[in-house]
Design a protein around this ligand. Structure first.
Ligand code: DC
Length: 430
C-alpha cells in the first residue's frame, strides 16, 4: 500500500529538514531525491568533465550504479557501491547537481529508482518534480517556499555550522542561480503541481511547518478512509455504540492513552488477549472501522458467525501458518480498514504475556503500516462492575520493527518488540 507525500520547492526552503523530522515522527520513509542528482554531479566532477555540457555528462550514466538505502530512517546514497552520502554536501556539488539535473537522460535515468522506493512504502519524498512527474498521484503534495534571503541565510548557517569557509553573499547568489536553473530548464522544471498546497515557510518555525504537513497527511488518510462504503461503516458504527452501552453497564471500563489513538484507518491494533470481548473493548474507543482476525472455530457457531461477519472478522487457523488469512488481512488494510489482532493467538488466563506468532510482523512489514499496541488489564475474576483498564501505547513504526528480510529471526524479533511494548502497558496493573 503506502501513502505518498511529495514535497517540492526551491533550494533551501527547508524541504529536507521538514521531511526528515516528519518522517521520523510518523514512521514514513524519507527519500531525499536531490542526493541522487548530487551523486551524479560528484561522479562527473571526479571524471573532470564540464557539468553543464550534456555530451560530456550523459555518456557517464552507463558507468553509474546508484542505490538508496534506509536504515533507521537515515538515507544513505551509494555510488557504485561507495557510500557518498557525506561527500555530496558541498557548494560545488550543489551546482554540479543543478547542472546535470537539466538533462533529460539524467532525469530519465533516475525515474524508476525513485518510483520503486515509493511503490511499497509510506514515503515523504522531497525534490523538484516529485508532485509533477515522479509521483503525480501522490495523496499529499506540498510546494514549500521561502524568500531567497531567508533560504540563503538558512543554508549559510548550515554550512557555517559545518565550519566551512563561506560568505553569505556567495550563498545568496548561488541560490538565485540555482533557482533560475532549476525553474527554467526545459525538462521537468521546478513548478508547483496544480493540486499542490503552497506553504511559505518564511518566518515559520520547523515545528509549525511539520505540524501543518502532518495535518495534510492525516486529512489524506481520512479521505481514503471515507472511500469505505457507508453500508459497511454504518452497521459497524451502530454495533460499536451498542457495545459501548452494554459493556459500560456490565463492567467499569477505563481507557488510558487517548493521545495514542490512531488518527486514521490502515493501521494494526495489537493487544494482549485476556477476555473473549477484547476486540469489543478496543473497538469502543477506536472510531475507525476495523477488520478482525478471529479463530476459525467461531465461524461454526450460527448466530455469532453472522455478527462477527458484520464487523469484518475473518477466520484464521490457529495452529498453522495460515497464509490465506494473512492475505485477507492485507487486503483489508489496503482498503483503509484497521486490523485488530491478538499476536499471541490465544487468550492468557493469568495475564502473563506470551510470545507473538509471526503473522503480525509479516502483515506490518508487507503493508508498511504502524502497529498500535494495546494493553488490557484487570485483577481477579471477571464479574459484574469489575474494573478493566485498556491502555493505548505509542505506535511502533514499520522501521522500528527492523524487518530487513522475512526471515524467521527478524519476524520473531519484531514480534518480541511488539509484545514488549504491550507488556509495558499492562505493567502498572489496573
Ligand atoms: O535538493 P538538493 O539541493 O539536494 O538538490 C540538488 C539539485 O538537484 C538541485 O539543484 C536540483 C536537482 N534536483 C532535481 O532537479 N530534481 C529533484 N527531484 C531533486 C533535485
Amino acid at each position: 500500500m503506502g501513502l505518498k507525500c511529495a514535497i517540492d520547492g526551491p533550494s533551501g526552503a527547508g524541504k529536507s529538514t521538514i521531511a526528515k523530522t516528519l518522517a521520523q515522527k510518523i514512521g514514513f520513509i524519507y527519500v531525499d531525491t536531490g542526493a541522487l542528482y548530487r551523486a551524479i554531479g560528484l561522479y562527473a566532477l571526479r571524471k573532470g568533465v564540464i557539468t553543464d555540457i550534456p555530451e560530456q555528462v550523459v555518456p557517464l550514466l552507463d558507468e553509474i550504479k546508484l542505490d538508496l538505502r534506509h536504515e533507521n530512517n537515515v538515507q544513505r546514497v551509494f555510488l557504485n557501491g561507495e557510500d557518498v552520502s557525506d561527500l555530496i554536501r558541498t557548494q560545488e556539488i550543489s551546482m554540479a547537481a543543478s547542472d546535470v539535473s537539466a538533462f533529460a537522460e539524467v532525469r530519465q535515468f533516475l525515474i524508476d529508482l525513485q518510483r520503486e522506493i515509493a511503490a511499497n512504502n509510506d514515503v515523504i519524498m522531497d525534490g523538484r518534480d516529485i508532485g509533477t512527474v515522479i509521483l503525480p498521484d501522490a495523496e499529499v503534495k506540498v510546494f514549500l517556499t521561502a524568500s531567497p534571503e531567508e533560504r540563503a541565510r538558512r543554508r549559510f548557517e548550515e554550512l557555517k555550522a559545518r565550519s566551512r569557509d563561506v560568505e553569505y553573499e556567495k550563498v545568496l547568489s548561488d541560490i538565485n542561480r540555482r533557482d533560475y536553473n532549476d525553474s527554467h530548464r526545459e525538462i521537468s522544471p521546478l513548478r508547483k503541481a496544480d493540486d499542490a498546497i503552497e506553504l511559505d515557510s518564511t518566518g515559520m518555525e520547523v515545528g509549525e511547518v511539520v505540524d501543518r504537513v502532518e495535518e495534510l497527511i492525516d486529512a489524506a488518510r481520512r479521505r481514503e478512509f471515507k472511500t469505505i462504503p457507508a453500508w459497511r461503516r454504518v452497521p459497524y458504527a451502530l454495533l460499536r455504540g451498542l457495545a459501548a452501552l452494554v459493556f459500560g453497564i456490565i463492567f467499569d471500563v477505563r481507557y488510558e492513552g487517548r493521545e495514542n489513538l490512531p488518527k486514521s484507518g490502515s493501521v494494526i491494533l495489537a493487544g494482549n488477549h485476556r477476555t473473549w470481548f477484547d476486540p469489543v473493548l478496543i473497538a469502543i474507543r477506536v472510531k475507525y472501522i476495523s477488520s478482525y482476525m478471529a479463530k476459525s472455530e467461531l465461524f461454526e457457531i450460527p448466530v455469532l458467525r453472522t455478527i462477527i461477519k458484520i464487523v469484518h472478522a475473518f477466520p484464521t487457523r490457529r495452529n498453522s501458518a495460515d497464509v490465506s488469512s494473512l492475505s485477507v488481512a492485507e487486503e483489508y488494510i489496503r482498503k483503509g480498514y484497521n486490523l485488530t489482532i491478538f499476536p499471541e493467538g490465544t487468550r492468557s488466563r493469568d495475564g502473563k504475556i506470551g510470545r507473538a506468532r509471526s503473522g503480525v510482523a509479516v502483515i506490518a512489514s508487507r503493508c508498511g503500516v504502524p502497529v498500535y499496541p494495546v494493553g488490557i488489564a484487570y485483577k481477579g475474576h471477571l464479574r459484574f462492575r469489575r474494573r478493566i483498564t485498556v491502555r493505548f501505547g505509542e505506535p511502533i513504526s514499520p522501521e522500528e520493527l527492523k524487518i530487513a528480510s522475512m526471515s524467521k529471526t527478524d519476524l520473531r524479533a519484531a514480534g518480541d518488540r511488539i509484545m514488549a511494548k504491550i507488556a509495558k502497558l499492562v505493567e502498572t496493573d489496573v
